[in-house]
Design a binder for this molecule. Structure first.
Ligand SMILES: Cc1cc2nc3c(=O)[nH]c(=O)nc-3n(C[C@H](O)[C@H](O)[C@H](O)COP(=O)(O)O)c2cc1C
Length: 183
């Protein structure tokens, strides 16, 4: 697939088909993510790839109910975490761990899309409960949980009307002039 097509095809859908994600594919996704740039090459991103039924259920349990309702279909959930001291803090106080982890996550989403996987990152979860379920160290920040599945042939019947609309219509974007300037 061409890069532009991968970028366009990536959508945060809420209907998933079951899919087996192999260890080899997990490794490919992680390695694609790790090609991201980072401040002083600190590579602050950390990923937990969850596939077992029990672990998936525990993670779905920390999601906001509106997310759990569709996320329960996911074949894999990727917990993305980092912490401030894994990356640069500039002398004037700018922290880069979330930015750098976000860049790596974007590459991961695109690598997954190229492999015909559907990905949906969310912020709607209990961060403390997520840290506990994943047994992460103190100071760790779970930045997003990414639901992963195969492309579904049909809309998941439990979706609400606005979710069906989001699923079936193009995702709106700001006009170029509203977010970019050329000097
Ligand atoms: C940081 C972040 C948090 C998000 N949180 C949620 C969420 O809690 N629930 C949800 O259904 N979608 C969530 N989304 C998905 C966005 O709603 C989605 O990316 C946006 O509407 C654009 O649609 P697209 O990804 O299909 O282009 C989140 C996305 C990001 C990047």
């Amino acid at each position: 697939m061409e890069f532009e097509d991968i970028v366009k095809q990536r959508r945060s859908l809420r209907s998933f088909a079951p899919v087996e994600v192999s260890d080899a594919v997990i490794r490919e996704l992680a390695i694609a993510a790790s090609r991201a740039p980072s401040c002083s090459n600190k590579q602050p991103w950390r990923f937990v790839f969850t596939r077992s039924k029990g672990a998936l259920e525990r993670i779905v349990g920390v999601l906001a109910p509106g997310n759990a309702s569709w996320a329960k279909q996911a074949s894999m959930i990727i917990a993305v975490w980092s912490q401030a001291d894994l990356d640069c803090r500039t002398p004037d106080g700018r922290d880069y761990y979330q930015f750098d982890t976000g860049m790596a996550t974007a590459l991961l989403l695109l690598a997954a899309t190229e492999r015909n996987l559907v990905t949906h990152p969310v912020a709607g979860f209990d961060a403390q409960a997520a840290r506990d379920v994943l047994a992460l160290p103190t100071g760790a920040q779970v930045i997003t949980l990414i639901m992963v599945g195969g492309r579904a042939q049909a809309i998941f019947p439990e979706l609400k009307d606005w979710q069906i609309k989001a699923e079936t219509e193009p995702s709106p974007r700001m006009a170029f002039e509203d977010f970019a300037t050329i000097m």
